[in-house]
Ligand binder design. Sequence first.
Ligand code: DPP
Ligand code: ZN
Length: 865
Amino acid sequence: SLSKKRIDYKAPTHLVPNIHLTFELDPNETRVKNVMQIRRVDNSVDFLVLDGEGLQLTDIMIDSVPLTLDVDFWKDEHGLRIQCNKDEFTLTISNTISPINNTSLEGLYFSNGAYCTQCEAEGFRKISYFFDRPDILSIYTVCIRTNDTSLSYLLSNGNLISDNVNDTNMRECIWRDPFPKPCYLFALVAGHFDKLEDKFVTMSGRTIELLLFVDEGRKGQGQHALDSLKKAMRWDEETYGLEYDLDIYMIVAVDFFNMGAMENKGLNVFNSKFVLADSNTATDEDYFNIESIIAHEYFHNWTGNRVTCRDWFQLSLKEGLTVFRDQQFSADMFSPLITRIGQVKVMREHQFAEDASPMSHPIRPDEVMEMNNFYTVTVYDKGAEVIRMLHTLLGKRGFRQGMDLYFKRHDGQAVTCDDFVQAMQDANDIDLAHFKLWYSQSGTPEISIELSNDEDNMCRIGFRQFTQATADQAHKQALYVPIKVQCLNADGKAIKTGLANDTFVLTDSADSILILGDANKITPVFLQDFSAPVKIHFDYSGKQLLNIILNANNHYSKWEATQQLFFTWIKSVYLNECKLNAKVKEELTTLAGSLPELTLPDEVLAQLMTLPSLESCIAKLEQVNPLQLNKAYIKVRAYLASISVNYMLKHYHNINGKNDLPYAYQRQQVNGRKLKNVLLFNIACSGNELASALIKQQFEDASNMTDKLGALKAAQVYNIDLFDALMLSFEEQYTNDAVVMDKWFALHASIEKPDLLSQLDLLQAHKQFSITNPNKVRSLIGSFAFYNTVAFHQADGSGYKYLADYLLQLDKVNPQVASRLITPLIQYSQLENSFQEKIIVQLQRLYGAKGLSKDLFEKISKCLI
Ligand code: DPP
Ligand code: ZN
């Protein structure tokens, strides 16, 4: 079979305590010499199998004795099989690779003239022959040689041991990382950069040197990343008692990168999009993301590097946990509410859709063809939700005790998700057997709730849980589901539920609780703070939802209720041939009327005035016509905007008037800008003629990228001529800034018009666009396919065909990025049959293409079964 199964895990036959790598850098032919000290642990085997892909083997020796092909060893496109009966030996392998021809951006490649590596998950095998699996931990010594003097920095993991130039002008740097690590954490970078330096003194008083390498001329955009790193280091000491372990921490920002960033030991490599920021080029959201991703990679030093994964099926062990940690950090640094809302949106817009698709898998997958396909919102974000439930269940202290025990037991090891849960269980004296089903069961549990009157003035709240069969699993069990509940009376006063921590834990397929009150008068609030990654079905009346919005004491619940209300309206207009009916108009008017009375912080108000995304609405419906739904969506948005436009104009001027501080990424300022831009967007949606001048004014006066982009987004929905004019001026101003131009491409690709496809062709020919650069591809083609309903879901299927055509090209250049980009074509389960059929036609075309990557093959074949 083409896929690997989790249950087939076999312990290593050999270990590699030490590895010594020498690189002689050359763009076309880099020489790699790999000296491995190997120890046999299973003496019933007299051979070893090493992974290697696309390598030119030049030399192979055991203990200095050369081996003969097809006598002592065998070679195929996956690697080597070597005969050897020794218990301890040195295996020396030399090979060459060609970084300049490597467009997959896995292994050793070029990014804008700099050599750079990406080894996770299985990229090391594209550099040298090795046991490319995370449970082989080795101490690395790395020697980098070059006579190219333009490469001012030659970097690898750990500490710099020496830096010499010999008499033939060959420079040689030697690095040694004292911490044993799996090969996916290996990194090498060689290039010409600008360097920012800083220091951090750890809790035990050690001074760590912090170095940030960026493209020449970008030094001024690195300070936020460095500041974020120091905050993350301090936070991990204070929150988990975790201290950094090497004397040096390096981050390199590169322009060509498949992911967001990579946690290589002591040498993180980052997509420059998540490093570079100043007020002129980065939005508040960019600042937030940079802080969170810098922290995420830093936190991996303990959750991922010191304790790593036994095999790739355990990926959530490090990713779910580290995402949870970065969310806690962002909540502490910025805002618990905004961090939580952002995360819940990811779950509802993307993770629920993944679970409803042919790619559905548990947070710990059971079967994998291409590991790169499992760096998913399920493993990462649902994985983090599962950790969050543990945190809720054990409390802050109990969770910390579990973490302490986990590190005490497993520091320096490669372990499993079971090991993690076991540590949590043993540190807390609790039985987590049932809870653990969250690791093995895929799909989104749906909780149906009903209220009824019981005797003695009691109200019964009945809960039922059900998980639909998913593509990968037919049978589902009842899970452990913590549901945070609040009950309000008709005046919005809280009614006591008597529940510990206001949380009801549903463990069976059905259960109920009793509270004092009348079922017809209570307004219940379920799943506060999104206490479990589930869908709730409860038949709210508009009145109940308005009660929550006006009276609930929890901001998250207010947001949730507005989202629910918006969805109800959009759905009702959609089902009513896109016409607003009297009831919806009346409820919209009530909401609009109460907006001025809501005395809420800016950050809350901004969230309440933002509709749920169209994607999250699609995820809640079946047999959807996305074009009709989009029409209904725009109708509701425009109506609400038009009836509250006077309030919005007044509020907009109010905020704009006191906006005179110099830009800072500081909570109060950020929230002010956020609200201002939400107001501007809504004013534009209302169609009010004052919008034009306001947009132009804001665009011209903007002292920062947040306000500039806010003006552009408003222009995009308001008037396309105005939008085009502003975009032209934007392009002139930022044409040399690759990260900013990504925003420009994304804005063009998200104009909702059917004739967008010909414009996408023109944009592909733009001098700043390149199919080899993942950021560009994601900005242009990704924005179109993921978010442009009108252009992508065209009734004649031309949008689907456009994406399929592009994927055929891209798959040859970079399969990993192609495989991410196919997502909108495989998440079709909620769409009307006529749309599904047109998608399937394109999937079949792709399936029939010659030389399809494993990445795309795995996804497409799951759709066509
Ligand atoms: N770079 C990815 C992350 O940090 C994979 N480890 O999540
Ligand atoms: Zn990660």
